[in-house]
Design a protein around this ligand. Structure first.
Ligand code: ZN
Ligand code: ZN
Ligand code: ZN
Length: 354
């Protein structure tokens, strides 16, 4: 919290308004059982000790949170009460997860104050992970890797994407995930849509199948993609797969402190462009991961933020051929003093499944 207040001051902000979601979990470990129309908000600024505003009925839930607490009761207007803790002419960053009604209430109570989205005002707030956070991300990655090792021996041919996706979800849970965020099973032409989750298509022999899965284990995220093939691939399929593999591995090799995020994107994109598939790589190369499965930093053209030891993010180039198939390979990577360390360590080879 002290570090965040210093960062806020450095960015010309009066303070931070932290509402339930990953930001509040990050600072306090507090996760209200239900995030509702009743405002809960942590106020962090340089002039006061951290202060949590919450509905009186949730006081018991927040008993272990080591900050001062102001409660408010149903029937009272919480916004003027919250406003008394703030600078009427202040400039505050507010959590992206804050409900619009809460921000509107604060704006009405404090017409002279200004508010910015946390992710635009302090994008790197949670981006540099401590050693314990990296350990948790590594454990989540290992659980996702164990899931992959098991999914490649299930039957694909003749089963639907949904059935394989259900297997993936069960394996993630079996390996300790408390929450499954996504199980993409993109078979054949469906793999050409990076956002295709899964459907009723029956997987056939000869299909490429994109498998992208992840969720939360002990509060931290996993997210990995491997592309498998049902039976032996054609030469053309293998060649396109190899381009993506080379792009992923080239981008990983470029990871080291001081390199701008966009350079990692460029490293992956250059390989795919030189192979003639540039127009089929239709998304950024990666995203940060931590208490959520998608967060800053983003590895995208135009992001000049440099890599710092402790940052954790995906490297996930792909090629998507409409009407045919898709290929993506994704690992979570953390920045060390000397380069990158993968938190996913299963083979990158094109796995043949049955
Ligand atoms: Zn094929
Ligand atoms: Zn993914
Ligand atoms: Zn991802």
């Amino acid at each position: 919290m002290e570090r965040a207040v210093a960062q806020a001051a450095g960015a010309g902000l009066t303070g931070l308004l932290v509402t339930p979601g990953p930001d509040l979990t990050y600072f306090t470990g507090y996760r209200p059982t239900a995030i509702t129309e009743r405002i809960t908000m942590l106020v962090l600024d340089a002039d006061h000790d951290p202060h949590l505003i919450l509905p009186v009925l949730e006081r018991g839930d927040a008993a272990g949170v080591p900050v001062a607490i102001t409660d408010w009761a149903d029937g009272s207007d919480p916004y003027p009460a919250a406003a008394r803790l703030l600078d009427p002419a202040g400039r505050y960053a507010i959590s992206d997860s804050a409900w619009a009604m809460h921000l509107l209430g604060l704006q009405q109570a404090l017409p002279g104050a200004s508010f910015l989205a946390m992710s635009s005002a302090l994008p790197m707030l949670r981006a540099i992970k401590g050693a314990e956070e990296v350990d948790r991300l590594a454990a989540a990655g290992a659980a996702a890797d164990a899931t992959y090792q098991e999914i490649i021996s299930v039957r694909f041919e003749g089963r639907t994407e949904h059935q394989v996706g259900t297997d993936l979800a069960g394996l993630l849970t079996g390996h300790g995930h408390s929450q499954v965020d996504f199980t993409v099973v993109g078979s054949g032409p469906n793999g050409a849509n990076p956002h295709h989750e899964m459907g009723d298509r029956v997987i056939e022999r000869g299909d490429m199948v994109v498998l992208d899965f992840g969720g939360l284990k002990d509060g931290y995220g996993s997210d990995t993609t491997r592309t498998v093939h049902v039976g032996p691939p054609t030469t053309a399929e293998q060649e396109i797969f190899d381009v993506v593999r080379r792009a992923q591995e080239t981008a990983f090799a470029a990871v080291r402190p001081g390199v701008p995020c966009q350079e990692i994107d460029r490293a992956a994109r250059r390989v795919i462009e030189e192979a003639g598939y540039g127009e089929y790589f239709i998304h950024r190369t990666g995203h940060g991961i931590g208490l959520t499965t998608h967060e800053p930093p983003y590895l995208v053209e135009g992001e000049s933020q440099v890599l710092v030891p402790g940052m954790c993010f995906s490297i996930e180039p792909g090629i998507y051929l409409p009407g045919r198939f898709g290929v993506r390979i994704e690992d979570i990577v953390t920045v060390t003093e000397t380069g990158g360390r993968r938190l996913n360590n299963t083979s990158h080879a094109l796995q043949i499944v049955t």
